[in-house]
Unconditional design. Structure first.
Length: 247
């Protein structure tokens, strides 16, 4: 029987010298769902992402992706398998145009054997897809990326990740520094992407908005999962929201 989880993190521990950043963290990401990892700064959220993406080593535990262990795989091999991240702080190439940034995001794609499409066709289809989600990027495709607004830069970072045809899209703090209206727009597009079949793992401090769009959530505090559950149920937990997630 096929395992329904595209990603499983089992008892993961990560240390920076004497500092334990993650202690026995376990999370599951079922196919086709939006899973959230919430918590304040310093909780271990970004460390978890770095380990899933192959950027740092673990001292214990394992990461399983599509049934195979990837704990020790290098980052570029993990990306090629379809785990693609839109990083915290956007990290766009400021001196390149919008479309040049998008094409850089497509460096891992190859021809689609199932659909008998060449790499060129896949690239064209992916560009059309991101322009459909973010029409403002199409309008500004020749514009230098650093001249975009913060919200547009975030849209570009997400779109660049989508250009690689992710099986698992990881979003690291997509709402950081953005106005509430822009956050709402971006989150509604994430929901739409998910409805069309993209599995999403979202790391956020903005708990309320994230719980509204996600299916299941984990709360990380000082490197440990202190709570997990159905997002709708966690939203009703007033104490949780006030204690750990800010009112």
């Amino acid at each position: 029987m096929m395992n329904n989880n595209i990603l499983e993190v089992n008892n993961l521990s990560v240390s920076y010298g004497n500092i334990v950043a993650l202690r026995n963290v376990s999370i599951k990401v079922p196919r086709g769902k939006i899973i959230a990892v919430l918590g304040a700064n310093g909780g271990g959220k970004t460390t978890l992402l770095k380990k899933i993406s192959g950027l740092i080593d673990a001292v214990g535990g394992e990461v399983i992706y599509e049934g195979n262990e990837i704990t020790k795989l290098p980052a570029e091999k993990i990306t090629k398998q379809g785990i693609i991240q839109s990083p915290e702080g956007r990290q766009i190439f400021g001196d390149l145009s919008v479309e040049e940034n998008l094409k850089i995001g497509a460096f891992t794609i190859t021809k689609d054997k199932e659909k008998h499409q060449s790499r060129k066709t896949v690239l064209k289809n992916n560009l059309e897809r991101v322009y459909k989600y973010f029409p403002v990027l199409k309008e500004r495709k020749s514009q230098i990326a650093k001249t975009l607004s913060g919200g547009e830069q975030q849209m570009l970072a997400i779109s660049r990740a989508l250009m690689g045809t992710p099986k698992l899209l990881i979003l690291d703090e997509p709402s950081l520094g953005l106005a509430p209206l822009i956050v709402r727009d971006i989150f509604s597009i994430v929901k739409e992407l998910n409805k069309e079949g993209t599995t999403v793992l979202i790391i956020e401090q903005n708990a309320l908005q994230t719980l509204k769009i996600s299916d299941y959530a984990y709360v990380l505090q000082v490197g440990e999962v202190i709570m997990e559950g159905n997002s709708k149920e966690l939203l009703q937990d007033q104490q949780l929201v006030e204690s750990y997630l800010g009112k």
